[in-house]
Write a protein that binds this ligand. Structure first.
Ligand code: ZN
Length: 242
């Protein structure tokens, strides 16, 4: 069984398509939020995620685009992009996003949260110190998160939390005695210095998580952003994965 984990698509449809192509046939898709915001194709991304994903979370940028949370909490470029994304969204996609939760307990084994199980909308799990404190806020072995746009594995064994930065192709074999917070990285705006879209495959039967990167046509996304009048800085950063 293969479950495709995607996060932070951010209206980058070219990246999303490349990831879905590269993942091929999967049994399910779980989307960890921030499907819109930043990028040039919010409707295409929501339509595809609605069609393909069994579970979709809402993230802080989705909520910003919907007007549910104030745009004051975003930096200038993000604010402009969120406003633009919000104006583009079709009513049915808006209604779909408005209905979503930022955290879902999928089973006795797995929780999903956009930011973290402690603060599903806003908290960035960026290091082992932060990760250590979020384990008490969920009761499953695994929690998959997004939001930082950086692939990461946090593993808690006893009282000790360690961080592993997964490289492309890494297969993590889940240890039943260890609890994990795992971020597959960002599809539409990676921020770990690697411009390729990041994603992961979770196989519950084999107890593995495989981390993957996929190159996509960044120039296409950038030219759509410039044509739409989105901030140049947001287009430029895609080339660097920052
Ligand atoms: Zn995001």
């Amino acid at each position: 069984m293969a479950i495709l984990l995607i996060a932070d698509v951010h209206a980058n449809y070219t990246a999303l398509e490349a990831v879905l192509d590269s993942a091929g046939s999967v049994d399910a898709v779980w989307c960890l939020g921030d499907t819109v915001g930043y990028g040039p194709q919010p409707n295409e991304c929501v339509a595809t995620v609605r069609e393909r994903a069994e579970i979709v979370l809402v993230g802080n940028h989705d909520l910003g685009c919907l007007g549910t949370i104030s745009l004051i909490q975003f930096n200038r470029e993000a604010r402009i992009a969120n406003e633009w994304n919000g104006q583009q969204l079709d009513d049915e996609h808006r209604t779909f996003l408005l209905d979503l939760e930022p955290m879902v307990r999928v089973s006795d084994a797995v929780t999903l949260a956009h930011g973290s199980p402690r603060d599903p909308v806003w908290e960035y799990v960026l290091d082992a110190e932060i990760a250590q404190r979020v384990f008490e806020h969920f009761d499953t072995q695994l929690c998959f998160v997004g939001h930082t746009h950086q692939p990461a594995i946090y593993q808690l064994k006893g009282q000790r939390c360690a961080r592993i930065v997964p490289s492309d192709g890494l297969v993590l074999e889940l240890d039943p005695d260890v609890r994990y917070v795992i971020n597959p990285g960002g599809v539409g705006q990676p921020r770990d210095g690697d411009a390729r879209a990041a994603w992961a495959l979770y196989d519950p039967a084999a107890a593995t998580v495989t981390f993957r990167r996929t190159a996509y046509n960044i120039r296409r996304t950038q030219s759509l952003m410039i044509d739409a009048g989105l901030p140049e800085l947001l287009a430029a950063r895609l080339s660097f994965g920052l």
